[in-house]
Write a protein that binds this ligand. Structure first.
Ligand SMILES: NC(=O)c1ccc[n+]([C@@H]2O[C@H](COP(=O)([O-])OP(=O)(O)OC[C@H]3O[C@@H](n4cnc5c(N)ncnc54)[C@H](OP(=O)(O)O)[C@@H]3O)[C@@H](O)[C@H]2O)c1
Length: 403
């Protein structure tokens, strides 16, 4: 007598996370269907790490304690007689088939054909996002949890601060975790990657490098230490974290999303240090885009214009450097505040874009968002450089630097 059992969801899920392409489970039972006599599990995987895949499945089924269960890669040994129509659930295709073994024994094979992670839409993903305490980061965390994803929210202050910032409803989902992360500290970045290894079996679907701040004002008045720190937070932090997470991302055929800025594509006065950090982030993102294509890891940049977060309040300024800069800095700061309250966009738009980039099948490399950013990009594309710099100079003189 035969019983038809599809592999349990937990096993499929773990198998999928470990990079398996298909898992088959077969169970035979006693004639009264009360006792399972034997089960077997076939794993087909293109994962370079078959051992990890098998361990993950074994762990979820607890099959290692059952000597009758074997895991092998040879599907040929079982020839289905007829297939049933496939059904899909949670992005996983289930197929079942009738198997003939001699005249009397008929087994029914339940086969779950697992979609390749990058092909899967709507499937819960494991996402690490930096700068989760406020602004784009916090909004994105809230939306990602609402979409059923599991999120490691990285923020300075970790668990304790996270609990005070995110409501109990979100925390009670069990899909929101907090990591204490200072993006300008190497040991902190390394321990975030270790957290993924320890808590998520080294499986990361999406890394969002979002944390950042702006060092504003004339370059002349800024110290080397200030400029280095700007590069440390906005450039070296994302670079180091991405490299540390690469083994995890490769395993998942995951993706990296770097939050750059329109200031990563166009230069502005008083934005020199910030421009430099975001231009550098653009450069490595583009290099990673090419370098990681072959291993199935996608890379995208998000380039927002001005949005209503606490970015302006958190901005740092150096000294004036030259007396003529004093009035300009005062006017510029005043202008930044008005822009923030009047002209800037709703940060929820950026958070929604991040969610959609996590979920869509393919991510475009560049994602410019915001009316001001799109207009500036249009100017850069259409006008010769000499016209563009003359125009930007005039806008800053007339609007940003005028008292
Ligand atoms: N808002 C805009 O108009 C705009 C436009 C273009 C690009 N961006 C970019 O968008 C990203 C997010 O900014 P936002 O607008 O959401 O600004 P925000 O409200 O000021 O948030 C910045 C986030 O970065 C975190 N952060 C800063 N330095 C950090 C460090 N050393 N270690 C760990 N976390 C750090 C902050 O954490 P704490 O709470 O611990 O300080 C905060 O969570 C930034 O990369 C920014 O450059 C913003």
């Amino acid at each position: 007598m035969v019983i038809f059992r599809s592999p349990p969801q937990s096993m499929l899920y773990e198998g999928w996370r470990a990079g398996c392409q298909s898992i088959s489970g077969v169970a035979t039972a006693s004639s009264d269907l009360r006792q399972i006599r034997s089960t077997s599990c076939l794993v087909q995987s293109s994962s370079p790490n078959d051992g990890v895949a098998r361990d993950a499945i074994a762990g979820s089924l607890d099959i290692r304690r059952n000597p009758t269960i074997e895991a092998n890669r040879n599907e040929e040994s079982m020839k289905p007689v007829s297939w049933k129509r496939p059904t899909e659930s949670f992005g996983i295709l289930f197929r079942s088939a009738v198997i003939q073994h001699g005249a009397e024994v008929v087994e029914v094979l339940a086969l779950a054909r697992l979609s390749c992670p990058s092909e899967t839409q709507g499937m819960s993903k494991r996402i690490l996002i930096t700068g989760a305490s406020r602004g784009f980061g916090k909004l994105a965390v809230e939306r990602l949890i609402a979409h059923g994803h599991e999120v490691a929210a990285a923020l300075r202050g970790g668990e304790e601060r996270g609990r005070s910032l995110f409501n109990a409803e979100l925390r009670s989902t069990g899909r929101l975790h907090f990591i204490d992360l200072h993006v300008d500290r190497a040991e902190s970045l390394a321990s975030a990657a270790e957290w993924i290894e320890r808590h998520w079996n080294g499986h990361l679907d999406v890394l969002i490098n979002n944390a950042g701040y702006g060092l504003m004002g004339p370059l002349e008045g800024q110290t080397d230490a200030q400029v280095r720190r700007q590069m440390e937070v906005n450039f070296f932090g994302p670079l180091t974290l991405t490299r540390a997470c690469l083994p995890h991302l490769r395993r998942a055929q995951g993706r990296v999303i770097n939050i750059s800025s329109i200031a990563g594509l166009v230069g502005f006065p008083f934005y020199g240090a910030y421009n430099a950090s975001k231009f550098a982030l653009e450069a490595i993102s583009e290099a990673f885009y090419y370098e990681l294509r072959d291993v199935g890891v996608q890379v995208a940049l998000v380039e927002p214009g001005s949005f209503r977060t606490e970015f302006s309040e958190a901005a740092e300024f150096g000294e004036a450097g030259d007396e003529r800069n004093v009035a300009k800095i005062a006017a510029f700061r005043k202008r930044m505040d008005t822009r923030r309250s009047v002209l800037s966009g709703d940060p929820a738009q950026v958070a929604d874009l991040l969610v959609s980039l996590c979920e869509r099948r393919r991510m475009p490399l560049r994602n410019i968002i915001g009316r001001d950013a799109n207009s500036m990009m249009l100017v850069k594309r259409l006008l010769p450089d000499s016209w563009r710099v003359a125009l930007v100079g005039r806008i800053f003189d007339r609007i940003f630097f005028r008292s």
